[in-house]
Design a protein around this ligand. Structure first.
Ligand SMILES: [Zn+2]
Length: 569
C-alpha cells in the first residue's frame, strides 16, 4: 500500500497528487495475470452493484454483492479492490465477516464454505475513486462537464480492471454466468445508463436510482458507469437475419446522447450504425445480445466496447474512408471480446486483431479496394515488433504497450484468410465465436465462448485440414515480421524466409517476359503467374524475365517501409 507523506511533500504536491488522486497500488493498477490460488477456488455467478455517485464531491458510496460457487473448501475469500476505499462492513451469507484490505487485495475470513455450495459476499464502502489520466488507455473515473456545465461522468477500466471502483474478481477468465444488476443513484438532473435493460427508475429526495440488469454473462470491466444529462434516441432495428426457424428478430438501437444536433445523430445511427450492424450480421452471424439491446452512450473520452452500452466519444468525425470508424470497431467487440472472450490476457489479439481486421474489410464493402488498402497500409507501418503478440506465459494487460495485437494480428489474419480460402476461414471464425459454423440456426440467448489462441489454432487447423501451428509460430509467437529472401541467379529463382526456414508458403510470383514483334516498336509483355514455395528450392525463370513477387499482397512480410521497435526496451 502506498502512503501519502504530508510531512515530506510540498503543500502543492499534497493537494495535486496525494489528496486529489494518489497513485494506484501496483496490484490495483494491473488486471488479470496469473489467477491466484484463492481466486481459483470460486466461480462468480452474479454481481450486484449498488452505487451512489456524488459528483460534487467526486465520491462514491457502494454496496457490492457477489454470488459465487465454491470450487473447493473455502475459509478465505480473495477479492481485488483499490485500498483507497474505506470499507464499513463485509458480510458472507449475510453474516458479518472479518476482513483485511491491503496491497490491492480484500481478504475475507469466513466459516467453512463447502465445495459445491453457493455463497454471497457483500461489501459496503465509500471513497474517492482513482481518476483516469488518459482514458481509455490509462483508465479510472472520468469526471467531466458538458458544454453547458453539467456533470458528465464515465468509467474506463479495461486495462486496469473493475477493482478501481468496486470489489470484484479482476480476472478475464471469470464472467458471471447469470449476469449483473446495477443500481446506480445520481442527482435528479442526471441520468445513469448501463448494460442490459432498464428495470426501474425511482426518485426519492432529489436523487434517482436507475436499476439496470443484464442476464447475459459479462466481463467485469464492462460494468461501466455512465452519467450525464442524457437524452435517448431509439430506433427499432429489424435484424436481417432470421434465427432458428423464427422470423428475423427486432431489437432497439438506443443512443444516449449529450449532443443536441439531431441530424448528426440520425445520420450516424441510420446510416453508419445500421449498415455496420448489417455487415457484421451478414459476415459473422446474429448480433449476440438481441434479447437486450444495442446500446451506445456519448462519453467524454474516445471509446470503449462495453457490452450493450458502448462508449462513443468520436464526436461524429469521419475517417479518410468516409465512415465513423470508432463504433465500427467497438461493434466488432460485441462478437470478438464480448460473445467470444479471451481465456487469458495473452490471447488479447483474439479481441483486437479480429476487431481491427473487420475495419479494412468493412471499408472494402463501402468504397472498394482503396478503402481496404488505405487502412491495411496505415496499420502495417505502425507495427512495432518489439515482442511477440502472444507471449508463451500468461501476462497482465500491461504487457501490451504497442498496437501489435491489433495490427500484427490483423495482418496475420489477412494472410491466413488467403491461405485457407474464404469458406474455411469464415467457418473457422464463426466456430471461434459461436462454436458453430452456422450461427444463424441459434436462438437467443446465445451462449458465449471463452477461447485461447490455441483454441483458434485448433479450429483453423481442423477447417484447413492441416496443423497450422507453424503458421502462428512464425507470425504471432515470434517477435519479428518474416523477411523474404529472394535469390536469383542464372535462370533460377529461389525463395525462403530469412531466419524462418519452417515458414513455407506458396508465394504468387508474376513473370513478365518481353518480346519485340517484327515491325513493331513496342514490346509485348506476356505474363505468367507462378506459385513458388518458400522452401529455397530452385525454379526455372529466364534471366531476361522481369518478376513481381506477390503483387496482390497476400503475404504478410517485412517490406522495410517502417522502422520497427522504436520503444526502448
Ligand atoms: Zn478494440
Amino acid at each position: 500500500m502506498k502512503f501519502c507523506l504530508p510531512f515530506i511533500v510540498s503543500a502543492y504536491a499534497l493537494l495535486q497528487g496525494c489528496a486529489a488522486n494518489p497513485p494506484l497500488d501496483p496490484i490495483t493498477a494491473v488486471s488479470s495475470g496469473e489467477l491466484t490460488a484463492l481466486q481459483a477456488l470460486y466461480d462468480v455467478k452474479h454481481y450486484q452493484l449498488e452505487i451512489e455517485v456524488v459528483p460534487e464531491q467526486k465520491t462514491i458510496i457502494g454496496n457490492v454483492s457477489m454470488t459465487a460457487l465454491a470450487l473447493g473448501a473455502i475459509t478465505q475469500i480473495e477479492l481485488d479492490f483499490d485500498p483507497r476505499f474505506k470499507i464499513a462492513m463485509v458480510t458472507v451469507n449475510e453474516r458479518q465477516a472479518y476482513f483485511e484490505l491491503s496491497n490491492g487485495k480484500l481478504l475475507i475470513t469466513t466459516d467453512l464454505l463447502a465445495r459445491g455450495s453457493e455463497f454471497t459476499t457483500s461489501v459496503s464502502y465509500k471513497g474517492r475513486p482513482y481518476e483516469a489520466e488518459n482514458p481509455p488507455w490509462d483508465g479510472g473515473f472520468v469526471w467531466s462537464r458538458t458544454e453547458s456545465g453539467q456533470h458528465w461522468i464515465a468509467t474506463a477500466v479495461q486495462g486496469r480492471g473493475c477493482d478501481l471502483y468496486w470489489p470484484c474478481k479482476d480476472h478475464v477468465s471469470d464472467k458471471p454466468e447469470r449476469g449483473a444488476d446495477m443500481l446506480i443513484t445520481v442527482p435528479n438532473d442526471l441520468v445513469a445508463v448501463m448494460n442490459g435493460i432498464l428495470v426501474s427508475e425511482q426518485t426519492i429526495k432529489g436523487k434517482t436510482r436507475y436499476h439496470w440488469q443484464t442476464t447475459n454473462p459479462i466481463s467485469a470491466y464492462h460494468l461501466a458507469i455512465n452519467i450525464g444529462p442524457f437524452k435517448e434516441y431509439r430506433l427499432e432495428r429489424q435484424s436481417l437475419i432470421g434465427q432458428g426457424n423464427k422470423a428475423p428478430s427486432t431489437f432497439p438501437i438506443v443512443f444516449y446522447h449529450i449532443t443536441e444536433d439531431m441530424e448528426k445523430i440520425e445520420n450516424l445511427i441510420k446510416n453508419d450504425f445500421s449498415s455496420q450492424l448489417d455487415f457484421y450480421e451478414r459476415t459473422l452471424g446474429p448480433y449476440p445480445w438481441g434479447n437486450e439491446k444495442i446500446g451506445i452512450v456519448e462519453i467524454p473520452y474516445l471509446g470503449m466496447e462495453h457490452q450493450t452500452m458502448n462508449g462513443y466519444g468520436n464526436e461524429f468525425r469521419r475517417d479518410p474512408e468516409g465512415f465513423d470508424w470508432l463504433m465500427q470497431h467497438e461493434f466488432a467487440h460485441e462478437w470478438f471480446g464480448n460473445l467470444m472472450t479471451q481465456e487469458a490476457s495473452r490471447d488479447f489479439w483474439l479481441h483486437e486483431g479480429f476487431a481491427n481486421y473487420m475495419q479494412p474489410i468493412y471499408a472494402q464493402n463501402v468504397i472498394g479496394d482503396a478503402g481496404f488498402w488505405s487502412k491495411m497500409w496505415r496499420n502495417y507501418n505502425a507495427i512495432a515488433s518489439c515482442k511477440p503478440v502472444i507471449p508463451e506465459e500468461d501476462v497482465s494487460m500491461d504487457y501490451f504497450d504497442s498496437n501489435d495485437p491489433y495490427f500484427k494480428g490483423s495482418w496475420t489474419l489477412h494472410t491466413l484468410r488467403w491461405m485457407m480460402g474464404e469458406e474455411k476461414f469464415w467457418n473457422a471464425v464463426r466456430r471461434l465465436i459461436y462454436d458453430t459454423p452456422d450461427p444463424w440456426s441459434l436462438s437467443y440467448p446465445i451462449t458465449p465462448t471463452q477461447r485461447s489462441s490455441e483454441d483458434f489454432i485448433t479450429i483453423a487447423s481442423d477447417e484447413y485440414g492441416e496443423d497450422l501451428r507453424w503458421f502462428f509460430d512464425a507470425y504471432l509467437f515470434s517477435k519479428d515480421i518474416p523477411t523474404l529472401k529472394v535469390d536469383r541467379s542464372n535462370n533460377e529463382l529461389r525463395l525462403s524466409f530469412r531466419d524462418l526456414p519452417s515458414l513455407i508458403l506458396d508465394i504468387p510470383v508474376v513473370l513478365y517476359e518481353d518480346s519485340a514483334l517484327k515491325g513493331d516498336k513496342h514490346n509485348v509483355s506476356r505474363s505468367t503467374t507462378l506459385s513458388i514455395r518458400s522452401d529455397g528450392s530452385s525454379h526455372a525463370v529466364p534471366s531476361s524475365a522481369r518478376i513481381q513477387i506477390d503483387p496482390e499482397v497476400k503475404i504478410f512480410r517485412e517490406f522495410s517501409t517502417a522502422q520497427r521497435c522504436q520503444i526502448s526496451q
